[in-house]
Design a binder for this molecule. Structure first.
Ligand code: ZN
Length: 363
């Protein structure tokens, strides 16, 4: 719905002064890993960096179109290809989180090397496909590849200033604790059902999560089934998109838990994630959500539109782990199509050196 602005936050918290407070608590899961694993990761990172550097250079050098000509010396989109020096977390000594499941699991160097080579080849091919997809869909740059998901999900706490009095409730947060240069894309409500969006995101292999309100989704459950089939996780955004703090506990439970049941019936899975409409909630909201299986309540750090970004933080910038909100909307609601919006937000994300990762890999 309209009015879901980044500036509007939970009933328990205000935007002002929240600033950096939320990200001071960044923790890193599994900090003390065994050296063997670390060594395998270092090797993986080195090979990946090399593979990506060759895979991402893009086809545009012989391209005569104006847009390409205006981008002199656009570098390869590998980890070290951006104007700024490579961040500490991209250095070879501190490789990407995670590793292919097969690597390290097999005995013997040869098995590990083989698995590594296969993994690198998959990443290389997938990035080559992305270069072509970015061109096809008119993106200014090829989206950066996300690092492998973490082997252990980070522990997520409620952002400071966003707490309710209740303890042990699902965490409310706007940023996922990570040091990787990644952000998460989330799309809310469900009004616009543009088939182009499904094609575009599949071609580009950009992960996103959908937070659905039934009063809009019920016009065409099939559209979101196709979305789910393409690998997108569908989450809860209530039945009717009401302002939760204005409702009783029983009414909130109806809005949240009946949507849990509805999504399970329609799509076969009870969502673990819930986002309250407008980002507004109280303790009853979190208690009701918890009672029907909600594990976490991701809000957002920035909101994307076809013509601009809106920021929650004072520095008007992206940060590692930030959750980006946008909406299923069309030309009657805002200045562009869904693909226009994706082009705009991906330009911001890629220009700042971030990759889009899959929220469910971290939460
Ligand atoms: Zn909404």
């Amino acid at each position: 719905m309209k009015g879901t602005g980044a500036g509007r936050v939970g009933a328990a918290g205000g935007t002002e002064g929240a600033g950096e407070a939320g990200r001071a608590r960044v923790t890193r899961a599994g900090a003390g890993r065994r050296t063997g694993v670390v060594r395998a990761r270092i090797a993986l990172a080195a090979v990946l960096t090399a593979a990506l550097a060759s895979a991402c250079s893009g086809p545009s050098s012989s391209d005569a179109d104006g847009a390409a000509a205006k981008r002199p010396a656009e570098p390869a989109h590998g980890k070290q290809a951006h104007g700024k020096p490579a961040p500490a977390n991209a250095a070879p000594g501190k490789p990407a989180q995670g590793q292919p499941k097969a690597a390290g699991a097999r005995a013997g160097e040869k098995g590990t090397a083989g698995a590594l080579a296969a993994y690198v080849e998959r990443v290389r091919k997938s990035q080559a496909a992305r270069v072509a997809a970015a061109k096809k869909w008119g993106l200014a740059k090829t989206p950066l590849p996300a690092p492998p998901p973490p082997t252990v999900k980070p522990k997520i706490n409620t952002r400071k200033g966003f707490e309710t009095d209740g303890e042990g409730l699902p965490p409310v947060f706007t940023t996922v604790p990570t040091k990787e240069k990644i952000v998460f894309l989330t799309i809310d409500d469900g009004a616009e059902k543009d088939p182009e969006l499904l094609r575009m995101m599949s071609d580009l292999q950009i992960p996103y999560s959908a937070f659905l309100s039934d009063y809009l989704v019920k016009e065409d459950y099939g559209y979101f089934k196709k979305m789910q089939d393409s690998g997108v996780s569908l989450h809860n955004h209530t039945l009717n998109h009401r302002y939760m703090p204005g409702l009783s506990y029983a009414q909130q439970k109806h809005e949240i838990c009946d949507q849990q049941a509805n999504l399970e019936k329609r799509y076969g899975k009870r969502p673990p994630l819930f986002r309250p409409p407008y980002g507004n909630y109280n303790e009853d909201t979190l208690r009701a959500a918890q009672s029907c299986g909600v594990k976490a309540v991701p809000l957002w750090a920035a909101e994307a539109f076809p013509d601009r970004m809106e920021w929650r933080e004072w520095d008007r910038d992206l940060h590692p782990g930030d959750i980006v909100l946008t909406h299923f909307r069309g030309k009657e609601d805002w200045k562009g199509t869904m693909p226009d919006m994706i082009r705009r937000v991906m330009k911001t994300i890629t220009d700042k050196g971030y990759a889009v990762a899959k929220l469910e890999d971290y939460v």
